[in-house]
Design a protein around this ligand. Structure first.
Ligand code: HEM
Ligand code: HEM
Ligand SMILES: [Fe+2]
Length: 472
């Protein structure tokens, strides 16, 4: 079913995937340093502070995911349009420019770390906006590279065939790229600054990235399971309508306490509580296709079609993870009455970890497996011992961190907010409770489990070509 690895677009996709995996590794190392600094604040103090480790941790997260997303689009373009990507030479140039820029930015983060509070810092060191700290020169470079990428996608889709998946992606990518601009300008007023910053962060993860994941899921189900295009595309349209319906005004759940008008309480409460609904639809979508396709084929006496077991296993993890991390852990604290108590505690961090992992890391890892399959020309790819260890340890590790952080957050909510009324004293008292401290200890242990899973993943991706278990 899968054509051979012969398009330049697919080769470029692998380049993007390789950098994504390297940055994923860097993200985890930084997370472990930051987690250890919670337990032993003297560790690297003055040399590589918590603030820097945390910054590199979450910026590497965003950048590796963007790399994997761009790679995934270059990967699926030839299949969805039936032709080689238009402007692929420009696309390759864009890749090298972006990678050079990212290398310099990370080098500056690690070596220079901070600068004076003036324009020079914004232009050359970092912009100080959580998750998207890249200095302005790099922002402008990113805009140019993304323009090339969007041009490639549009030119290819206009020249070749245009499937439902492509139509959704074309609309989504414009929104995804356009919103980035909202996080690029500086204002003196912290409320206004946060107002626009959330446009990038929330409208990325809860609207445009989720729609992107829906398209990837549709593509991946067709290619791993042989799902029917009409069925997955029908789901895709429903999900897009629902995701945008609740995700856009759901933005209000970040406008409760930053100085924005009070009507956001109602808007945020209503629309953000609807957000889990599309996530349930996405979950049902995967499970339904899985059951239906298998049932039908077995019923007809046909052999089961499963061209890539590890990729599919990650798709299932995505369906669960997206629902749990974003839907359930998000819903927990999305009403203002509850958020008053949980805002900015470790509870938020628990949700942040499970949502980013469950909704995005999982499916992007699935795409890495699709890349490896194509690169090594494997017809049916099975799970190896390392594939199983990778999925189990990564999932258990992140779920374990989530559980640990939820308990720490619970300590903060009870002691700092409920008992001591969110006072300065309460803040410190909460951090000395056994709930809080043990939770953070377990988070570190589970972080070690996570990184071990990552090591298995890298090993598996690198050695798949040598494994004898696959059918070629
Ligand atoms: C894949 C989708 C999602 C991702 C990746 C995600 C990620 C995050 C992250 C990282 C934060 C912390 C931001 C910060 O640093 O301040 C956050 C905050 C928040 N998220 Fe999500 N989220 C997702 C979906 C959802 C959904 C569907 C809901 C609600 C149903 C939700 C509700 C919230 C709320 C209320 C906050 C604010 C927490 C606070 O006040 O401290 N999220 N999210
Ligand atoms: C080795 C495993 C990991 C460790 C030890 C770790 C540790 C940490 C630490 C210490 C922080 C700072 C929390 C704070 O400021 O209170 C953090 C933040 C964060 N990490 Fe991780 N992390 C790991 C893996 C991951 C993974 C796999 C993801 C997602 C795919 C992720 C996403 C995030 C996000 C979104 C934040 C910001 C959360 C917020 O502000 O609410 N981390 N992590
Ligand atoms: Fe949000």
């Amino acid at each position: 079913m899968l054509s051979n690895f012969k398009t330049e677009s697919k080769k470029l996709a692998i380049h993007y995937f390789v950098v994504a995996v390297i940055l994923f590794g860097a993200q985890l190392v930084m997370g472990l340093i930051a987690a250890y600094q919670f337990l032993n604040p003297d560790f690297l103090y003055g040399l590589f502070d918590f603030s820097t480790a945390r910054m590199v941790h979450i910026n590497a997260l965003v950048v590796w995911m963007l790399y994997a997303m761009i790679g995934s689009v270059y990967f699926l373009l030839p299949d969805e349009t039936g032709i080689e990507t238009v402007g692929i030479g420009l696309g390759k140039l864009g890749f090298w420019v972006l990678t050079l820029a990212v290398t310099i930015v990370v080098g500056v983060y690690i070596l220079v770390q901070v600068g004076p509070a003036d324009d020079m810092t914004i232009w050359l060191i970092n912009e100080g906006r959580e998750y998207i700290e890249a200095p302005r020169w790099a922002d402008l470079g990113i805009v140019v590279v993304v323009l090339i990428f969007v041009f490639n996608v549009y030119a290819t889709a206009i020249k070749g065939e245009r499937t439902g998946i492509m139509t959704v992606l074309m609309a989504d990518l414009i929104a995804l790229a356009g919103i980035y601009l909202a996080g690029m300008f500086f204002t003196q007023n912290i409320s206004i600054d946060q107002f626009w910053w959330w446009w990038v962060i929330h409208l990325w993860v809860e609207a445009t990235w989720e729609v992107f994941v829906g398209s990837l899921m549709a593509y991946a189900l067709i290619h791993t399971l042989g799902a029917k295009r009409q069925v997955v595309e029908m789901w895709l349209w429903i999900e897009v309508a629902m995701l945008f319906g609740s995700g856009i005004l759901g933005l209000g759940h970040h406008y409760f306490w930053i100085g924005t008008p009070e009507y956001w309480w109602e808007i945020g409460a209503l629309f953000s509580s609807l957000e889990p609904i599309p996530l349930v639809a996405m979950f049902v979508h995967v499970v339904y296709d899985w059951g239906k396709e298998h049932g039908v084929r077995e019923g007809e006496g046909l052999k089961k079609v499963m061209t890539n077991s590890p990729a599919f296993a990650w798709l299932v993890t995505n369906a669960f993870g997206n629902f749990l991390g974003a839907g359930v852990w998000g819903f927990f604290h999305t009403l203002p009455q509850i958020n008053l108590y949980t805002h900015g505690t470790q509870f938020t961090s628990a949700h942040g970890h499970l949502a980013f992992f469950g909704a995005f890391a999982t499916i992007l890892i699935g795409m890495f497996y699709m890349g490896v399959q194509k690169k090594n020309n494997i017809k049916e790819m099975r799970m190896t011992f390392a594939s199983k260890m990778a999925i189990v340890l990564l999932s258990v590790g992140v779920l374990g961190m989530t559980a640990a952080l939820t308990i720490s957050g619970y300590g903060q909510v009870m002691v700092e907010r409920a008992q001591m009324g969110a006072t300065w004293d309460g803040y410190f008292a909460a951090q000395n409770t056994v709930w809080f401290i043990q939770g953070l200890g377990w988070r570190f242990v589970m972080g070690l489990v996570t990184i071990t899973g990552f090591a298995f993943l890298v090993y598996d991706l690198l050695t798949t070509s040598k494994s004898e278990r696959h059918e070629r």
